[in-house]
Ligand binder design. Sequence first.
Ligand code: DAH
Length: 344
Amino acid sequence: MDKILTVQHEALAAIENAADLETLNNVRIQYLGKKGSIQALMSEMKSLPKEEKPAFGQKVNVCKQEVTEALEARQAVLQEGALAEQLVREKIDITLPGDVKELGTTHPLLMIQQELEDLFLGMGYKVAEGPEVEQDYYNFELANIPKDHPARDMQDTFYIDPNTLLRTHTTAMQMRELEKAEGKTPIKLICPGKVYRRDDDDATHSHQFMQCEGLVVGEHITLADLKGTLEFMANRMFGEGRTIRFRPSYFPFTEPSVEVDVSCPFCNGKGCSVCKGSGWIEILGAGMVHPHVLEMNGFDPEKCTGFAFGVGLERVAMLKYGIDDIRNFYTNDARFLKMFDRFD
Ligand code: DAH
């Protein structure tokens, strides 16, 4: 009987002293396991005289129950401690400022391009594309600017080899589209894109800039159609109430050729610093497609006519948003670009 009490005291002390769950589990095995001390006491019962067996058995059971209960209680305490320790160890400081990912904004030139595309798609035009590295043939020859023609000097060109260049105007795409149509009308399209010229960069010149070409070919297309179309465009781009005027000009690929002014959106035509007192601002070049250009591209100029125009997107954006230096579009200063955030 004393032995039982000794085992019981030893077990309870070991449980109390177990500092972690692993030690506690070893104590369980030592006392309650199949080969443990309490099981050993049970085996000893066989050798006792019959009359002593019940009292001894009862005492061992009490011992076993007390040890089991003490183990469970100690386990609960240790588990709680382990959790608390883990929480401290894995603590995250949620007050640290987050890693903010800034969203980009639409580039102002892309905004103008998309506005023009929407406007002309709404009038049934197609949007065409073409290569920036272009053949001399499409950029000049088909546009009625043969080699040695003085008009080649109007556009200083980046040549890659004698027949290959960076296109100097979107008119190159106009020529590709005319050729592709194989003499079939109607044609109604715009071609926006980048163009390149060997200019020295300053506030109003950039060696890379953007244009949008417009082309309509069909029967009975007149200068009046051109004027109506451009007036509609001017009103959509610069606000209602704009008027336009044509001034005679020269382009090798159009006859007649015109330079187009829009009534100044800043002073309503009265005269201000932006329009230099004239009330008008030049925005684009245009004209009726030259009969020779139509012919070279397989159209019969007796049967069909066409108008064309080419507008510079930087110029439109600068007027629309009051930007005074073209280089702003290409230096990619985020403070400048952020001003055009449509979602602000
Ligand atoms: N290609 C001319 C330029 O870059 C602009 C232009 C003028 C385009 C008249 C046209 C046009 O289609 O008809 O200066």
